[in-house]
Design a binder for this molecule. Structure first.
Ligand code: ZN
Length: 264
């Protein structure tokens, strides 16, 4: 097995251990940045590179790997996925180019404990839609309007260190109805100047995996350079990390012998 990260998975990992050496894979479609000069000006080496640098600053012990659509296997070979604690995903215009067999592998890894953070237009990414089981459709408007992001679950670890609300001067509008299953936890709610609201930070679990959706991050705005947004992303990566090797298995188990003897 190739060593993408310096540490192999031990048999038991405490939460603190993971926070100390979180293995993060940042996946980016990486098309807008190469083809649109306005986006390249904001993210010269790609959104994934900007996020990687921000995470290095805020979680210096993290091991960070980046992967993009155009790489073999979209940069996500089995042994990398096997060594990833949390996968972050940004995609927009090439969702349909993501290979179904790789989506299946990602889905299986999440059920078995890998955390996942879906960013902005990844609400329509194949792995997210498969996890949700709904259309994941939204209302949207590209008007570069102000967004106010309210923390509505201040006790949640993803809200740690944040103010009561965060103002983003220019963003794309995403509005309700957002066709997702009711989230296990709603952490943030967005208001837009045009009058729409949106559930902007939500969590779910599937199998043993923890899943976060976080809305801001349209490619033509410098949202991922904003320290509060970077803080949220780092908090979400920490929260989504696997915390234990619980006895969950995604395989069906034939159990012919009863756990307790049947009375005769
Ligand atoms: Zn967008």
């Amino acid at each position: 097995m190739r060593a993408f990260f310096s540490r192999l998975q031990p048999s038991y990992i405490s939460r603190d251990d993971l926070v100390m050496s979180l293995r993060i894979t940042l996946w980016n479609e990486f098309l807008h940045e190469q083809h649109d000069p306005a986006v390249k000006a904001i993210y010269p080496n790609g959104i994934h590179d900007t996020l990687a640098e921000a995470i290095r600053q805020q979680i210096p012990t993290a091991h960070i790997h980046t992967a993009t659509l155009d790489q073999p296997d979209h940069g996500l070979p089995d042994d990398l996925l096997d060594q990833t604690d949390v996968l972050a995903w940004w995609g927009h215009k090439a969702h349909n180019q993501v290979r179904d067999d790789i989506v299946e592998k990602i889905h299986a890894r999440i059920l078995n404990g890998m955390g996942a953070l879906f960013l902005h237009s990844a609400h329509f990414a194949k792995p997210f839609k498969k996890l949700m089981g709904t259309s994941c459709r939204i209302h949207w408007r590209e008007a570069a309007e102000p967004e106010r992001l309210f923390i509505v679950h201040p006790a949640h670890p993803i809200a740690d260190g944040l103010p009561t609300h965060i103002d983003i001067s220019h963003e794309e509008m995403y509005g309700e109805f957002f066709d997702i299953p009711t989230p296990d936890e709603l952490i943030m709610l967005s208001w837009f100047q045009g009058g729409n609201v949106f559930r902007s930070c939500c969590t779910w679990t599937r199998g043993k995996g923890k899943i976060v959706y976080f809305r801001p991050g349209h490619e033509t705005h410098p949202t991922y350079h904003k320290p509060e947004i970077q803080r949220i992303i780092c908090n979400a990566l920490r929260w989504a990390a696997p915390t234990s090797n619980s006895p969950y298995t995604s395989r069906a188990t034939h159990e012919p012998q009863p756990l307790s003897p049947f009375p005769h």
